[in-house]
Design a protein around this ligand. Structure first.
Ligand code: FCB
Length: 450
């Protein structure tokens, strides 16, 4: 039987994503300052098994070898983040040139390998010194972020064309400042909402400065974690609860960026806890961007729950379906749904999937291989949903698998493996998993066998 291939459009780009704190290590080398994650990991009980990112994948020293592996995988693009405290150890003031030197070497090495860099400016590792002054709850941090964006783009802007201001501001806001499960471990709803506003504002300010420092090739965007919110039943209460969850997770970030306003239902719901918005803030937040980065892992199933004071809802775990090691439901159709929805509701923006992937308990077999069949199945089923979205008119231009290699999964430490490449932490040996070899084929064919 002839092999059937779902082909992606010419020029579609395939890559992987990582984040500085999750892979670099070298936490205090070459003048780097302390970040809120360096601090968070040192407090017992914050991270599973007491793990921390001091060494992680030692990518700071092994980046050349890692880029060779990227080449082996035939990646077109690579998304990574810059650690703000490497550039400004105190978050502001004196610049640390050695920090910029590292990212310059990394970018040059990528370009030599024919791999286009996508740079994220903020993937959660705020300089601790700024946290001491209130962190993202302090409006001055917006200006410091703008200065940081200015300095980085001044040095790298001639070679880096793709910039992502923030990774998942919802996580920084709510996981960092409301549930407090991530750094900086604050538990206050008004603070979380204020933080979300400052993050969005800093995005707008960074866009302005990156545009000024850029040229005709510069492309700017932001990455959001988005999920469809499905009601657990057909009841009016569950449907309204799902709408509230959608407002909280998706529209709270999409609306200000694309419509220049916060969703009215959520402003009413948050009431006096809602952030104070100054004149021109929303205009700055809605500065024109060139693409939206979508991180998709799963959907959310929501039921009304009056016992839950915050949004009056709780999440439901559907039965008779599969889950990843992160206990997240495997739901590929949600990727199509969220892409189509953004296309319809937000004026058909150009999009990249900037993260998609799954953790499974990978094992090295007796031949020294990692045969991660579940990940292959997960990824292929999601690629096909992306393909379907493109066929239905969605402007999707690329796909980044999370992650290039196993790494430090935040509060879960090294217990969760997301990589296309297995990392043996004690020896720092890398093994390309079966999913990595599968991905290479997908990239080379620009399509998936079905
Ligand atoms: C996303 C994060 C990324 C990684 C994946 C699994 O929310 O952006 O750093 O932890 O989840």
């Amino acid at each position: 039987m002839a092999e059937k291939i779902a082909k992606f459009p010419h020029g579609f780009i395939w890559g992987t994503a990582t984040a500085a704190y999750q892979i670099e290590g070298a936490w205090n080398e070459d003048g780097k300052g302390e970040s809120i994650w360096d601090r968070f990991c040192r407090i017992p009980g914050n991270v599973q098994d007491g793990d921390r990112g001091d060494i992680a994948c030692d990518h700071y020293h092994l980046y050349r070898d890692d880029i060779k592996l990227m080449k082996t995988l035939s990646l077109n693009v690579y998304r990574f983040s810059i650690a703000w405290p490497r550039i400004f150890p105190q978050g502001k003031g004196g610049i640390n040139q050695r920090g910029l030197d590292f990212y310059e070497r990394l970018v040059d090495e990528l370009l030599d390998a024919g791999i286009e860099p996508f740079v994220t400016l903020y993937h959660w590792d705020l300089p601790q010194a700024l946290q001491e002054e209130g962190g993202w709850a302090n409006r001055d941090t917006v200006g410091y972020f703008k200065d940081y964006a200015a300095q980085v783009s001044k040095r790298l802007g001639d070679r880096v064309h793709y910039w992502i201001t923030h990774n998942e501001p919802w996580v920084t806001s709510f996981a960092g400042h409301h549930s407090g499960i991530l750094a900086p471990r604050i538990k206050s709803l008004p603070t979380a909402l204020k933080v979300s506003h400052h993050l969005l504002l800093s995005h707008g300010e960074a866009v302005a400065v990156l545009r000024d420092n850029g040229d005709e090739k510069t492309r700017l965007g932001i990455t959001l974690n988005l999920s469809p919110a499905h009601p657990a039943s057909e009841s009016k209460e569950d449907k309204e609860a799902a709408t509230r969850f959608d407002g909280y997770l998706n529209r709270w970030f999409l609306d200000p960026i694309y419509k220049g306003s916060y969703p009215e239902d959520m402003m009413i719901l948050y009431g006096d806890k809602a952030p104070k918005i100054r004149a021109q803030d929303l205009e700055r937040i809605s500065a024109k961007i060139d693409f939206l980065g979508v991180n998709y892992y799963s959907r959310q199933v929501i039921k009304a729950d009056t016992k839950e004071a915050f949004l009056g809802l709780s999440q439901v775990k559907p039965a008779d379906t599969e889950y990843t090691e992160m206990d997240s439901e495997i739901y590929p159709a949600g990727l199509y749904e969220i892409l189509k929805r953004i296309h319809n509701d937000y004026d058909a923006p150009l999009m990249y999937i900037t993260e998609n992937g799954a953790a499974f308990s990978d094992k090295i077999d007796k031949n020294g291989q990692v045969n991660d069949k579940s990940r292959i199945k997960y990824l292929k089923s999601h690629f096909l949903q992306a393909h379907k979205a493109i066929e239905d008119g969605v402007k999707l231009s690329g796909y980044f698998v999370w992650s290039l290699m196993d790494n430090f999964e935040w509060a879960l430490g090294y217990s969760k493996r997301f990589g296309l490449i297995y990392v043996d932490y004690p020896t720092q040996k890398r093994i390309i998993k079966a999913s990595g070899w599968m991905y290479k084929k997908v990239i080379e064919k620009n399509g998936i066998e079905i």
